[in-house]
Design a protein around this ligand. Structure first.
Ligand code: AMP
Length: 467
């Protein structure tokens, strides 16, 4: 009988140059093969390179950076050597748990969790006892740095987990303050589900020639599907829009119109039909514009009807759908509009409406694309009988902001503190000079409002209302 040949696959952990104790522990945890994010990022991480990786929960990202961290750690040197920043307490708890599991074969590793919403005193006590690894949320870490209870002079590995979520929750300035206190000579790893411009710019500032790892299956989704629908006449356009929205249920969509007047008309009509919708055009005051963008970007409003000019500079990265109420006058405008969907690894859909009279614009578009596009059949009118979906989030407005020295971490802490809602139920937190907006899951909005209104922020009461 022919002897069976054993070859090591590229995804076997033993192909990595890991401490034998770590490898042995992995097999005792029943981690047999590497997940894609692990096999793609670990070789570079272990070489000491800076790495940006696209990874969602469930991808095995924690073990990817956790193994890199444990391999690099010098347990005999009892100093804080690694800092892991996470957007929420739940994630920090999970990460610390996984690191402890992965490192259980190394004796005396000390992992300390520093999160908001927990009393400061015990954390200060633990810090006095020392640690190798800190896992925490940016607001609280910044607090400890300001108090002088935490020093990061010996950190040689910085990890940003769910970096996009941290920015979304308003932690940019806390991150800046923290990173400023960490030696420049270090390794930096960043994990993020999406790559908006804000993430790219932070990476440019804090990383050295990072290697970028995108897991293929997620990348495949990022193409934009273009759909063309024919409306019988102008009056029919509204029905077509409703058919599209009711058939595909985008969580966030923008409808582009050519004029201010049209924008308002379309928004008003959709509102009459029960949609959660706002108009964005040049006639809005700054305050109204800010509020509209807050509500839309934090998913408390699902549909935004906008002119091209008003939408300029909109930095919304997870649009599921863009609808062109008319074909744009310019091809460049058209491509710019549809390019706003399908970014950052998320699926995108672009729908364009046209009538017989606009056939000539269609021909121009086909010329530009180099292929013909044919109109699709409209979704069945049965969908109009379905209830209109409500957006997933609701917004709480707090009558205090940066000028009152409020920070996102204070609001997050108050929401998720004792008997609070979970970090997962908190969405974007956005700060303005005298106002702050926190998105919370719609189903707990009432409770969250009560908690914020009855509790204190920075020792003060603020007026809070639901928008
Ligand atoms: P994460 O994406 O880091 O939240 O990990 C998702 C889950 O997968 C966790 O429960 C890990 O313990 C587990 N896990 C991570 N890597 C592996 C692996 N290579 N084999 C089996 N399970 C894994």
């Amino acid at each position: 009988m022919k002897q069976k040949e054993f070859t090591l696959s590229q995804t076997d952990f033993s192909t990595l140059n890991l401490h034998p104790a770590l490898l042995k522990n992995l097999s005792s945890l029943d981690y047999k093969v590497m997940t894609p994010i692990q096999s793609q990022s670990l070789p570079s991480i272990l070489e000491g390179k800076d790495v940006i990786a696209q990874g969602q929960t469930g991808s095995g990202k924690t073990a990817a950076f956790g193994l890199g961290l444990l391999q690099k750690l010098n347990v005999k040197w009892f100093r804080i050597q690694s800092l892991i920043l996470c957007p929420t307490r739940e994630l920090a708890d999970q990460v610390a748990k996984e690191i402890r599991r992965l490192g259980r074969s190394i004796h005396n590793i000390k992992v300390l969790i520093l999160c908001g919403g927990m009393p400061l005193g015990p954390q200060i006590g633990s810090l006095e006892h020392g640690a190798h690894i800190i896992v925490g949320t940016p607001g609280r870490i910044e607090d400890h740095l300001a108090k002088g209870t935490l020093k990061l002079d010996n950190v040689n590995l910085l990890i940003l987990d769910e970096a996009d979520r941290m920015l979304e929750m308003g932690f940019q300035s806390a991150l800046d303050a923290i990173i400023d206190q960490i030696p420049k000579k270090r390794q930096t790893l960043m994990f993020s589900a999406t790559f908006p411009k804000s993430i790219q710019s932070i990476a440019q500032q804090i990383m050295r020639q990072p290697e970028i790892i995108e897991v293929a299956s997620q990348h495949d989704n990022s193409t934009i599907q273009q759909h063309l629908f024919k409306a019988n006449d102008n009056a029919h356009r509204m029905t077509v829009i409703r058919l599209i929205l009711q058939n595909y249920h985008p969580e966030s969509s923008v409808i582009f119109c050519n004029t201010k007047l049209e924008t308002q008309e379309v928004a008003d009509k959709l509102a009459e039909h029960g949609f959660s919708v706002l108009a964005l055009h040049g006639d809005l005051e700054q305050r109204e514009r800010d509020q509209t963008l807050v509500l839309f970007s934090n998913k408390s409003v699902s549909v935004l009807v906008a002119t091209d000019v008003a939408s300029r500079g909109l930095d919304i990265d997870s649009l599921d759908m863009v609808i062109n109420y008319h074909i744009a006058r310019d091809i460049e405008v058209h491509t710019h509009r549809i390019g706003r969907t399908g970014r950052a690894g998320s699926k995108g859909m672009a729908c364009t409406l046209y009538t017989e009279k606009e056939q000539y614009k269609l021909a121009k578009l086909e010329d530009y694309l180099g292929h013909s596009i044919t109109a699709e059949e409209l979704p069945s009118s049965n969908v109009l009988r379905l209830p209109v979906e409500t957006p997933p989030m609701a917004t709480l407005q707090i009558d205090g902001g940066k000028k009152q020295k409020l920070r996102p971490g204070d609001i997050l802490g108050a929401l998720t503190g004792e008997n609070g809602i979970t970090g997962k139920q908190v969405g974007k937190i956005q700060m303005f000079p005298n106002k702050a907006y926190a998105a919370v899951s719609r189903d707990v909005a009432h409770y969250a409002l009560k908690k914020l209104a009855e509790g204190k922020l920075k020792g003060r009461s603020f007026r809070v209302r639901r928008l």
